[in-house]
Design a protein. Sequence first.
Length: 251
Amino acid sequence: MGVLGKVIVFDDKAGLVSFVTRKWQGICAESLDKRGCMTAALSGGNTPVDIYRAFALCDFPWGNIQIFQVDERFVPKDGKDSNYRMIRETLLDVVLMPEKNIHVVDTSWSSPDEAAKAYEKELAGFFRLQRGRFPRFDIIMLGLGEDGHTASLFPGSSLFDDTDHLAQAVMLDSKRHDRITLTLPVINHARHIIFFVQGAHKAFALKKIVEEKDTTLPAARINPVDGELLFVADREAARLLTENTYTRGEP
Ligand code: 6PG
């Protein structure tokens, strides 16, 4: 049975971070060569912190890179749980990213729904989209939750079949916060989708997704229309995978 996407497993975090950084560099060169800029959507959470810190140490053409968010918690932008705050502290402030290149979810709106509408307008404006069209990001960076969620698409979500929006509000609980997320078709229209998965606690979800393609798990619904899907995992996250479903990454 084929796997969903390509899975590369690294013995340690350093190898994983180094690979993703090289991958970003390659996609950046390709995007600038073909389109003069690279559009990237970044996820939040903990896993990408070291990846973004590594990006910040590289001499990428930041003036030609446009940064968007995959999702955001509906919290103040300086709040401890803000994805924007994490991305700004680990990357944007370090590389002095031009403010005009930063397109984030504005959580100062009165509700998640208003914030989602404003973000959708930002997306449609930047990508000059006609109604019914989707942006085609050069790269979208995704994390994976233990429950198989990705972005802020959670199991049981009613958003799975939403093809009418670019961004949507997700009403959750106070612990996870209400969210704003890119919708599934926006993610699936990207040229390169990279999941980064670390830790034994993600192993069960990763197996269900890449080997069993269990679409009750949102991450199993990530399937690019015309692009690359790559899972980059550490050994602990890959411990339940069948040997022949992944390749070992070079350090
Ligand atoms: C968020 C993220 C979310 C994240 C996963 C994994 O806002 O939390 O966008 O989708 O990628 O929950 O989070 P960790 O990397 O912290 O395990």
